[in-house]
Design a protein around this ligand. Sequence first.
Ligand SMILES: Nc1ncnc2c1ncn2[C@@H]1O[C@H](COP(=O)(O)OP(=O)(O)OP(=O)(O)O)[C@@H](O)[C@H]1O
Ligand SMILES: O=C(O)[C@H](O)[C@@H](O)[C@H](O)[C@H](O)CO
Length: 184
Amino acid sequence: MPDAVLVMGVSGAGKSTVGAMLASELGWKFYDADDYHPEENRMKMRNGVPLSDQDRIPWLCNLHDILLRDTASGQRVVLACSALKKMYRDILIRGKDSAPLKCEESKEEKLGEVQLLVVHLSGSFKVISGRLLQRKGHFMPPELLQSQFETLEPPTAPENFIQISVDKTLSEIVTRVTETLKMK
Ligand SMILES: Nc1ncnc2c1ncn2[C@@H]1O[C@H](COP(=O)(O)OP(=O)(O)OP(=O)(O)O)[C@@H](O)[C@H]1O
Ligand SMILES: O=C(O)[C@H](O)[C@@H](O)[C@H](O)[C@H](O)CO
């Protein structure tokens, strides 16, 4: 069985909501990658500017270190993180060696791979933008959704992934993931 589940997708796909429910169902630790963005990244998004690779790579290296530390000590984790590109998911799994830029932030000397099941929450622009417009009190402006779809590289083989439609109910999504984990 994988040591960690990555719940990924564009802004508003339901990563935080599904991730928290799933972690509680499994009794695993939950991390929301949004809580680890440096203030500069939040400021950019708040101002309607999409993040670049340079903005995201140190953030992803840091998240890899956290996942590796936890899973190496036997702690299983659920991470909600956009992880829009294949390269970003590779960094989450393998750390700074998969990054095309230097990851000064990563102090982790130990190299290792996180055994990850990727859960891609996938949906139409129409459904997801509708949800974002309803959502209150979040720093991510709905206008950035278009750039999130443009950046998205949906996972493909040989990545260890499942894709679930955001049109399903939250409990259907969580059940699909827990059933998949039992088979792995
Ligand atoms: N399957 C679902 N069915 C109905 N509503 C949903 C579903 N998934 C999420 N939502 C709702 O959609 C909104 C966006 O969800 P959420 O904040 O979890 O997305 P997110 O991917 O974490 O977004 P962000 O990356 O911007 O933080 C929330 O109001 C949430 O309650
Ligand atoms: O990679 C990114 O562009 C970011 O992680 C965004 O996806 C936001 O953090 C998230 O959607 C906040 O709402």
